[in-house]
Design a protein around this ligand. Sequence first.
Ligand SMILES: Nc1ncnc2c1ncn2[C@@H]1O[C@H](COP(=O)(O)OP(=O)(O)O)[C@@H](O)[C@H]1O
Ligand SMILES: O=P(O)(O)OC[C@H]1O[C@](O)(COP(=O)(O)O)[C@@H](O)[C@@H]1O
Ligand SMILES: [Mg+2]
Length: 319
Amino acid sequence: MRKIGVLTSGGDAPGMNAAIRAVVRKSIYEGVEVYGVFQGYQGLVTDNIHKLELGDVGDIIQRGGTKLYSARCPEFIEPAVRQKAIENLKAKGIDSLVVIGGDGSYRGAQRLDEEGIKTIGVPGTIDNDINGTDYTIGFDTALNTIIDAVDRIRDTATSHERTFIIEVMGRDAGDLALWAGVAGGAETILIPESPSDMKEVAERIESGMSRGKKHSIIVVAEGVMSASQCADELHKYINVDTRESVLGHMQRGGKPTGQDRVLASRLGAFAVDLLLDGVHGKAVGTENNKLSATRFDKVFEESHMIDEGLYRLSRELSI
Ligand SMILES: Nc1ncnc2c1ncn2[C@@H]1O[C@H](COP(=O)(O)OP(=O)(O)O)[C@@H](O)[C@H]1O
Ligand SMILES: O=P(O)(O)OC[C@H]1O[C@](O)(COP(=O)(O)O)[C@@H](O)[C@@H]1O
Ligand SMILES: [Mg+2]
């Protein structure tokens, strides 16, 4: 009988639990034993690996975070450390692994696959910074959390006639900032993929003020600069009353949206299907809403791109 392991790694993302549930239930449905690795790659190394049953993943589809816990395990880049992980898996007869995580986790997954554990990656990160999928699990939930925050901040921005600078997560990617900025009607969106000139930002705010506009919302991706740096930069060109809001980890938690639950369920089950068909060394995703699988080396070939058309639109709609 084949045995499949499953782990979550890197930053937790809403919908990871739904993905774990899908991997576990689909494996058992197919007559395969499934093992949960607790604490990501760290748990592989410390042998924190336990058999899971149907009931172990009951009542989690609606929960944020990850029942298997997550970790960042920098030492996993060392071949000797990974060897220990592989020995732990093989000792339990586990030859296949589903890694639910982000781009960093995929690097570890690729290494494990090359070193003899048949591995499939499932994209779980709020950042939406992975090639080979239209969306990552957790992005939609984080996006909606940010939109809610922007809407609330807008009330105060309007009432007090202030400029608000809202810093959002995304690591080196601007997707969360771009999508939340468009959906929240931000006047300015600053993303790493398209460097902005702060003088021009100040001029746009000034031109809005000359038309009678009294408040302004700037959404800045953490990959560009912090909210306080952004305020300092802005004040070099314009004298406006600013307030900064760093949304932080509230963006990462919370109940997954329907989109994220469905995406996670589809991708988790697909990962099991692929392993049972003998496919490995790939990451699953959806492209144009169809299930897809992309070799890890292809996923890493190019850096993640934002939707240029959406960025252009954001500029056109926020004059
Ligand atoms: N080059 C690499 N080789 C092996 N493992 C890696 C590599 N890069 C990252 N990892 C593992 O993946 C983990 C998660 O990566 P990280 O970038 O923190 O999060 P995410 O997977 O969400 O992007 C790291 O803590 C490390 O254990
Ligand atoms: O929780 P930490 O370790 O402070 O990390 C913060 C980072 O994690 C994220 O929330 C998610 O990133 P990953 O999915 O790559 O782990 C980033 O947006 C952010 O930069
Ligand atoms: Mg990442």
